[in-house]
Design a protein around this ligand. Structure first.
Ligand SMILES: [Zn+2]
Ligand SMILES: [Zn+2]
Ligand SMILES: [Zn+2]
Length: 151
């Protein structure tokens, strides 16, 4: 009788670490925090890279006007938010709506646009390709790629 109990206890002890090992840790975080600022969406790391954009340079999050929340990218907002997105009107380009995932600094929209794709605070490089998608986030400026930028 005693032996059976011992075996049972032994098995219980052995099985608990296994249960932990089976827990998935590959699920994208529901949201992450950069400093104290929550970033929603399908984040895959702690510098606001997401399942859609995750190169070395994809380190910024954008606050959406519609919900006043930061998301790593437009697709994250599309997939996670329950409402259509709104772009920032030109009159509000003084708002802080860009978050550097490396140093946690919030940039005003106009400062981000003038930043030459480099964080003014920590000098990390931002993805220059983001400027092709300004119209998804900001009221479109007549900023076109300069002729030398076109192949
Ligand atoms: Zn929104
Ligand atoms: Zn995304
Ligand atoms: Zn930075």
């Amino acid at each position: 009788m005693k032996l059976t109990l011992l075996i049972f206890a032994g098995l219980t002890l052995l099985s608990s670490p296994l249960a932990f090992a089976q827990e998935k840790d590959t699920e994208p975080f529901k949201f992450i925090e950069i400093g104290e600022i929550p970033v929603f969406g399908k984040n895959v790391d702690k510098q606001t890279r997401c399942v859609h954009w995750h190169s070395d340079l994809d380190i910024i999050a954008i606050k959406f006007k519609c919900c006043d929340k930061y998301f790593p990218c437009f697709s994250c907002h599309e997939e996670e938010a329950d409402h259509p997105h709104q772009v920032w009107p030109k009159s509000e380009f003084d708002q802080k709506a860009i978050l550097c995932g490396v140093c946690g600094t919030e940039l005003r929209i106009r400062d981000y646009m003038a930043s030459d794709n480099t964080c003014p605070h920590c000098q990390s490089g931002f993805n220059p390709g983001c400027s092709n998608h300004y119209h998804l986030y900001f009221e479109t400026l007549e900023v076109r790629p300069s002729p030398k930028g076109i192949k």
